[in-house]
Design a protein around this ligand. Structure first.
Ligand code: FAD
Ligand code: NA7
Length: 524
């Protein structure tokens, strides 16, 4: 196999084999030698069948190209495995949002009593039942992705890829069988995996990550979530919402990179609704007690003291590592940033090798979000095969943090706007508001807050919008379009609200921070 790869590489360097095979009709050219060696030939090879990779492959196939996708999931250190579709489908957005929904339903059941429903208390939650339903749905998505690839005539290989040279990869199946695949253009869309703090005793042995939490068959019980970015807060939030004892260990600030006033309100709301926060603390070790519970020792940096606590589950949510280490990128000449391990790309998503591209979480400087990976993948395929020159625009990408009180945003944080434009050139409009649904239910709305960051000069273009409240993602999507189209505060004030909604509160913002007026809104 290795000899064959070398021969193929030599041929390719001379320009013979590759060019001849790339011109051949889709899927039907294989010399006896190639077939014997398991060689394939494609216009496009996509490494990674997640959000970005699948979108790119399907678009290229739709444009009439001969496309292959290779996808392989290494089981988590805990042994969790899943199918085709990548992080979002299996261990990210989808199961996360469904478990968030399960938690929200708990609050709604409590609200229901106020609206006349006679719900017998207590209302227990069955993790097993929820997890099974979520997992079955995810499995249906895995199947759906397989079917879509088949329908679009994209060849799928369940193999782990590494480069042999700049046009060829070696794929290895679960059983160790090797395949060589070559292609004209190659897209790397291998995403990332959760990080473990390897320096902490017991971290790998006893801890789990977001790769495991959604696939647990039994309730995680009392859980310590280490980390304070959005994966950590979302997980801690839904666990608390499901009635579990949930603690977040935060070493510095919450939601680094997000508007910090909004981030504080998010954690304030979580703390007021059942999540415990250990601020300024870092874990030191995890030990298993004779009763199988986990004893965590941590350092409290403010007091300098060490403390311990006992948990059923420790969830590491301390960031993600891009999946580049096992790709043998050096064999293809693809550069990697040694500190981030991500792949630097230009505006066309091109790596240091002109026919090799990187999209999604593995690419340097890109938002780690599904819709950006999908759109980048589609646009790349259209540029490669559809005569398009449209580039992905990574500005004003909206997103939502699905904490118990959701936080949606688009554009600049207040800190970024000040740093970029200077405080004197920024006008911030803000308001606290009470969702109508909260009134009868006697829900606390202390953290329902909206902030619009504008340039000060009329018509005051909106450079950032931040919304904390129910259905934040649904609220933000439409406003994101407005901001993408260059909406100004003046135009927003001419926009008629939809009454009675939370979204209309955005169109009612009239108090600037500079005015010093009380932003607490009362009545209609
Ligand atoms: P991935 O979807 O990760 O796909 C990469 C695929 O490549 C994987 O299947 C991987 O196993 C495979 N692979 C890796 N190496 C190889 C190899 N050598 N050979 C073959 N295959 C390989 N984003 C949102 O927009 N909204 C959310 O609400 C949201 N929630 C999230 C919640 C959590 C808990 C997490 C972890 C992430 C969340 N994200 C969310 C982020 C989103 O999931 C990612 O940004 C997105 O999946 C990235 O897509 P991708 O195509 O870059 O990579
Ligand atoms: P992020 O966004 O990289 O955040 C990591 C969080 O974990 C952050 O709060 C860090 O604190 C904290 N962290 C990092 N290392 C440690 C150690 N050793 N001990 C304690 N706390 C630590 O990671 P996420 O997994 O939440 O999200 C990554 C992406 O995945 C995200 O963009 C989504 O799109 C999906 P810090 O702020 O550095 O003090």
């Amino acid at each position: 196999m290795a000899a064959m790869a070398t021969a193929v590489a030599a041929l390719r360097r001379r320009g013979g084999l590759f060019r001849w095979r790339a011109r051949a009709p889709a899927g039907c050219v294989r010399s006896a030698a190639q077939a014997a060696a398991g060689l394939q030939d494609y216009d496009l090879l996509v490494i990674g069948g997640g959000s970005g990779g699948l979108a790119c492959a399907k678009e290229a196939a739709q444009l009439g190209r001969n496309v292959a996708v290779v996808d392989y999931v290494d089981p988590s250190p805990r042994g969790t495995r899943w199918g085709l579709g990548g992080t979002c489908v299996n261990v990210g957005c989808i199961p996360k949002k469904l478990m968030h929904q399960a938690a929200l339903l708990g609050s709604m059941i409590r609200d229901a009593c106020h609206y006349g429903w006679e719900v017998a208390e207590p209302v227990p939650h069955d993790w097993k039942k929820m997890a099974e339903a979520v997992q079955n749905y995810v499995k249906s998505l895995n199947w759906g992705h397989l079917m879509q690839l088949r329908d679009k005539k994209v060849k799928y290989f369940n193999i782990k890829a590494s480069f042999v040279n700049e046009h060829t990869i070696r794929g290895v199946t679960n059983g160790g069988k090797e395949t060589l695949i070559s292609a004209d253009q190659i897209v790397i869309a291998t995403g990332g995996r959760p990080k473990y703090p390897m320096h902490i005793e017991g971290a790998l042995e006893y801890g789990i990550t977001s790769d495991d939490i959604f696939w647990l068959k039994e309730s995680p019980g009392k859980t310590l979530v280490v980390g304070a970015s959005y994966v950590a807060l979302e997980c801690a939030g839904f666990l608390a919402g499901l009635g579990l004892d949930s603690t977040v260990m935060m070493r510095s600030i919450p939601l680094r990179g997000f508007d910090q006033q909004m981030a504080s309100l998010v954690t304030e709301h979580m703390a007021a609704h059942g999540t415990r926060f250990l601020r300024g603390c870092t874990p030191l070790c995890v030990r298993k007690l004779p009763d199988s519970r986990l004893q965590v020792t941590w350092k409290d940096h403010a007091s300098g003291r060490e403390d311990t606590g006992t948990f059923d589950t420790v969830l590491w949510a301390i960031g993600r590592v891009p999946e580049t280490a096992s790709l043998n990128l050096e064999k293809a000449g693809v550069s990697v940033n040694p500190s981030s391990q991500k792949i630097p790309v230009d505006a066309r998503e091109t790596t240091s090798v002109p026919h090799i591209y990187a999209i999604g979480d593995v690419a340097e400087g890109r938002p780690e979000l599904t819709p950006t990976a999908i759109l980048a993948g589609k646009l790349l395929a259209r540029r490669l095969f559809g005569k398009s020159s449209v580039l992905m625009d990574y500005d004003n990408v909206p997103t939502t943090v699905f904490t118990p009180l959701e936080y949606g945003c688009v554009g600049l944080s207040e800190e970024e706007a000040v740093a970029r434009h200077g405080e004197e050139h920024i006008e911030v409009y803000h308001a606290y508001y009470k969702p109508l649904e909260f009134t009868v239910a006697e829900r606390d709305a202390s953290q329902c807050y909206i902030k619009m960051v504008c340039l000060r000069e009329p018509p005051q273009p909106v450079v950032g919008l931040h919304f904390l409240g129910p259905s934040a993602g649904e609220v933000m999507q439409g406003f994101a379009l407005g901001i993408k189209c260059g909406a100004s505060y003046a135009q927003l004030m001419q926009t008629v609200g939809i009454h009675p909604t939370c979204a209309e509160e955005v169109a009612k913002l009239h108090i600037s921070k500079r005015s010093g007026q009380d932003p607490t809104v009362t009545g209609c």
